[in-house]
Design a protein around this ligand. Structure first.
Ligand code: ATP
Ligand code: MG
Length: 553
């Protein structure tokens, strides 16, 4: 890969506008509707908007698009702010479309005064009937011919609360025969007698999204307003408002939504998963929300890396979730503290190790980062290893333990299995081994060659832990493209709870948000449900990287 990355189409627009002097500097915005938690699709938009700010030394606002009083909540506002900060970005201003209600009202009045808006008494059904179809023009109704004075009076009365919900609406007067249906006199204000989470009962009329979003861009002098492709047909109205209202010429540019395999990516559907209890809340570690990913153990860097690598597209596409995991492993390999944890323990008695003796071994915290130092591990006669690291009848090339087989214990000694015990059901309950005293890691003079290295924990000070392993939330790559309901494709086995894991004592001090690699088991983080009695770890991702194998040579 060359160092110099070519510009994407949005950067080309920006550089053009800077070159021609249309703008001296750029101003972007991230405009979430506070009606749910942010997901990794939003992260793409955040990385794009804040990334451009950084690249061109411009500004980026956080604007809550809170024009719909019914669905919005301050809980969502807080979580959105928290998520953006977590990703490492700072907004230049925190703004709310609802702060512009008075200005927007003034804009609507201006349109009426110019003869470009009218109050319509039709019901929703009547309006739909007059709207035409994509192949048939719509028709003008009688209200369209109202005088400017009458419209001004009626609109003022709408604001005063004289009319019920749906009784009247304000529409832009454009062209009922326009080839773009969205230009056939779109509604710009509707009556809704509901309180708003910020303006309370001050308003009973609210601007429609299309009559708020673009105008808010202009109010904030947004130079480049980046939105997803479904807004392409809205652009003519966006430009119409700028022209007729003679306001700042913000430029709308569309890009493709980010989709990812094995999940769904819309607040509406994620909300269904939460409400119908397919997952345990918005921050369930299986959710593609930023709060879910964070809780699962994804890092902000991995999400940024994912967004940057997938870039900006003009056409909708779906990105392999494996790329996100690749980015995560790449990041965690550098920063995660190495620890040992046995998820499915079996006890080992080291017969030739002195009873009652405990020795201290030194273990490096992160071989990728010398400065992270090392810790002490206790070693004694009884330890736990993984059940899967023993086989009663091992095949060739099984380099772990079996009758007569030797392997190395990480940071410790070479062990040889001499015997094992079983219960009535035939389940192996205990291994008996000998160790080689002169084979200690770092000072091995035993001359014994072994191929395997396994992890272990010391019985006497091991801590019990619950470990949660996650799999994909859906069984198919694109649940939205399948027949029937997307929820029919939920993976019922996406959570495996291991309640009797044994972990090394250093993990008792795990801090919130601290990342660990459990040797040979993957990357883990302490879950928020941990208590002093029971510590819980989530696995973010395993160590094996099938994505890299498939995609990088
Ligand atoms: P959803 O369908 O999930 O509710 P939305 O577009 O309604 O998404 P908003 O809160 O309106 O959610 O989105 C805030 C910003 O994030 C918008 O600019 C939107 O275009 C962008 N965005 C939302 N989803 C994606 C996505 N999947 N990929 C890229 N950008 C997205
Ligand atoms: Mg939206």
């Amino acid at each position: 890969m060359s160092e110099e990355k070519s510009l994407n189409f949005i950067e080309e627009f920006i550089e053009d506008d800077l070159k021609t002097g249309k703008h001296q500097s750029i101003q972007t915005r991230f405009p979430p509707e506070p009606n749910g938690y942010l997901h990794i699709g939003h992260a793409s938009s955040i990385v794009l908007n804040f990334g451009l700010k950084e690249k061109y030394n411009g500004k980026c606002n956080l604007r809550f698009d809170d024009t719909n009083p019914v669905t919005e909540d301050t809980e969502f506002v807080e979580s959105i702010k928290n998520d953006i900060k977590w990703l490492g970005y700072e907004w230049d201003a925190e703004l709310y479309t609802s702060d512009y209600f008075e200005t927007l009202y003034g804009y609507a009045v201006k349109l009426i005064e110019k003869g470009l808006a009218y109050v319509d008494d039709s019901t929703a059904e009547e309006m739909a009937a007059m709207k035409g179809t994509p192949t048939e023009p719509g028709k003008n109704n009688e209200y369209r011919y109202r005088s400017i004075e009458e419209n001004l009076k009626l609109f003022a009365e709408m604001r005063e609360g004289k009319y019920k919900d749906g009784e009247k609406a304000l529409r832009a007067k454009i062209d009922m025969a326009h080839t773009n249906m969205l230009m056939r006199d779109p509604i710009i204000y509707r009556i809704k007698h509901v309180d708003h989470h910020r303006t309370g009962s001050e308003w009973c009329i609210y601007p429609m999204y299309d009559f708020a979003h673009g105008q808010s861009d202009s109010i904030e002098n947004i130079t480049h307003s980046l939105c997803t492709l479904e807004f392409l047909p809205h652009r003519p109205f966006y430009d119409w408002c700028i022209e007729k209202l003679e306001i700042f010429p913000s430029r709308q540019i569309e890009f493709a939504r980010r989709n990812m395999t094995y999940t769904v990516m819309s607040k509406r559907r994620l909300k269904q998963l939460v409400e119908e209890k397919h997952v345990n809340g918005w921050d369930d570690p299986r959710m593609p929300t930023l709060s879910g990913l964070r809780r699962r153990g994804y890092t902000a860097n991995s999400i940024k890396c994912f967004s940057e690598r997938t870039g900006i597209a003009k056409r909708d596409n779906i990105v392999d979730i494996g790329l996100l995991d690749f980015c995560l492993r790449d990041d965690l390999n550098k920063i995660a503290q190495r620890r040992m944890a046995v998820l499915d323990p079996i006890k080992v008695v080291i017969l030739n190790y002195e009873e009652g003796k405990t020795e201290k071994l030194i273990a490096q915290n992160n071989p990728e980062k010398e400065e992270d130092g090392s810790r002490e591990l206790n070693f004694s006669r009884e330890i736990f290893i993984e059940r899967a690291d023993f086989m009663e009848e091992p095949p060739k090339k099984f380099f772990r333990l079996g009758p007569g087989l030797k392997t190395r214990l990480k940071h410790a000694y070479i062990l040889e299995c001499v015997d094992f015990k079983k219960d009535e059901s035939g389940r192996v309950t205990e291994l008996h081994c000998n160790y080689f005293k002169d084979s200690k890691s770092g000072e091995d003079v035993s001359g014994i060659k072994v191929k395997g290295v396994i992890h272990w924990v010391n019985c006497a000070d091991a801590i019990d832990a619950e470990v949660r392993l996650y799999d994909r939330l859906f069984k198919v790559e694109n649940p939205m493209a399948e027949d029937g309901d997307f929820k029919d494709y939920i993976n019922e086995d996406s959570l495996e709870i291991i309640s009797n894991a044994k972990i090394e004592p250093a993990l008792a001090e795990a801090k919130d948000g601290e990342h660990f690699q459990f040797l040979r088991k993957g990357y883990f983080i302490k879950d928020k449900e941990s208590t002093p009695e029971k510590i819980v770890f989530n696995r973010a991702v395993g160590l094996r990287d099938s994505w890299a194998k498939r995609n990088m040579k």
